[in-house]
Design a binder for this molecule. Structure first.
Ligand SMILES: Nc1ncnc2c1ncn2[C@@H]1O[C@H](COP(=O)(O)OP(=O)(O)OP(=O)(O)O)[C@@H](O)[C@H]1O
Ligand SMILES: [Mg+2]
Length: 256
C-alpha cells in the first residue's frame, strides 16, 4: 500500500508473470500504475505490506532482487553530456556485466544505435533516446524488464519496430516484461496477459481476447473504457465532476 498525503495511490496488488511473458498494466491516469512499478524497483517503499519478486522480499534481498530486474521510462533522464557508448559502458560496469564491451556492442547492434554511438545523449531525438534507454535496460539481461510507457515518444514506425524487438527479446531470452501503456493496439499486440488497475487495485485480468469476451465488446479499447467507467472512484459530493457544459468556458467569455 502506498499513500501520498490523502491519496491512496496503490492498495493491495499481486501479479504473476511467467518467464518470457509480457504482462500489461493498464488503467486510467492516476490509477497507480507508475507507483506500483516504482515500488517494484525499490524507488519508493510501501507504507504497509511488502514487495516480493522471485519469491524474495525486496526489502531483505535488495541487491539480489534488483540485479535481476531493470527499468526504462521516457521520464527518466540519462546523463546528457555523455556519448551513447559511454552511457552504455558506464551502466554495464555499474551492473557488473561479465563482458561489458561485448554486451554494449550487442545492444548497440540490437537497437540500431551504431550511427549515433559517438553522439551526446542530449543531442538525440526523444525516439533515439528511447532506444538508448531500452539498450541500457537490457544490459544486465534482466529476468524482469519493467517498462513505463516505453513507446510513448516514438513515431508509429519506430514504435512498431521497438514492439517487435521487445517481443523478440522476451521470446528468445526468456526475459519477462511488465509494461504500462495507453496504446491499446500495442498492448493487444505485445501482452500475453493484461491487468487492469483502477484506484489502486487490479479490477480485471486476462488476455485481450478473454477480456473482450468477458465484457462483450470487440477490442481492448472498448474493454478499457468499460472497465474504467465501471470502476470510476466515487468522489465526495463537493468534488463531483462538473458536467461538460459547466466545465467548458464559452470561447466568447475567454476572449480579451
Ligand atoms: N510523488 C507523488 N506525490 C504525491 N502524489 C503522487 C505522487 N506520485 C503519484 N501520486 C498520486 O498517486 C496517484 C497514482 O499516480 P500514478 O503516477 O501511479 O498513476 P498512473 O496510473 O501511473 O497514471 P498515468 O496513466 O497518468 O501515468 C495519483 O493520484 C497521483 O497524483
Ligand atoms: Mg504513470
Amino acid at each position: 500500500m502506498k499513500r501520498f498525503g490523502p491519496v491512496t495511490a496503490v492498495r493491495d496488488i499481486s501479479l504473476t508473470i511467467g518467464e518470457g511473458e509480457v504482462a500489461g498494466l493498464l488503467g486510467p491516469n492516476g490509477a497507480g500504475k507508475s507507483t506500483t512499478l516504482h515500488m517494484l524497483l525499490g524507488l519508493i517503499t510501501p507504507d504497509a505490506g511488502t514487495v516480493e519478486m522471485f519469491g524474495l522480499e525486496l526489502a531483505r534481498h535488495r541487491v539480489e532482487v534488483l540485479s535481476r530486474i531493470n527499468f526504462a521510462a521516457s521520464y527518466v533522464d540519462l546523463p546528457g553530456a555523455l556519448r551513447v557508448h559511454e552511457v552504455l559502458d558506464a551502466f554495464a560496469r555499474l551492473y557488473a556485466v561479465r563482458h561489458p564491451g561485448r554486451r554494449v556492442a550487442e545492444m548497440i547492434e540490437l537497437f540500431e544505435l551504431g550511427a549515433f554511438r559517438r553522439r551526446q545523449v542530449m543531442a538525440l531525438s526523444s525516439g533515439q533516446r528511447t532506444r538508448v534507454q531500452l539498450a541500457k535496460a537490457l544490459l544486465n539481461a534482466p529476468r524482469l524488464l519493467v517498462l513505463d510507457e516505453p513507446t510513448a515518444n516514438l513515431d508509429p514506425d519506430a514504435g512498431d519496430r521497438i514492439r517487435g524487438l521487445l517481443t523478440g527479446v522476451a521470446r528468445d531470452s526468456g526475459s519477462a516484461m511488465l509494461i504500462t501503456s495507453h496504446n491499446m493496439r500495442e498492448v493487444e499486440r505485445m501482452c500475453d496477459r493484461i491487468h487492469f488497475m483502477s484506484d489502486g487495485v487490479i479490477v480485471a485480468a486476462g488476455s485481450a481476447r478473454e477480456l473482450a469476451g468477458h465484457y462483450g465488446v470487440d477490442d481492448l479499447e472498448e474493454v478499457f473504457i468499460k472497465v474504467a467507467r465501471q470502476n470510476e472512484p466515487r468522489r465526495p459530493v463537493n468534488e463531483a465532476r462538473p458536467s461538460l457544459n459547466e466545465a467548458r468556458p464559452s470561447l466568447k467569455e475567454a476572449r480579451p
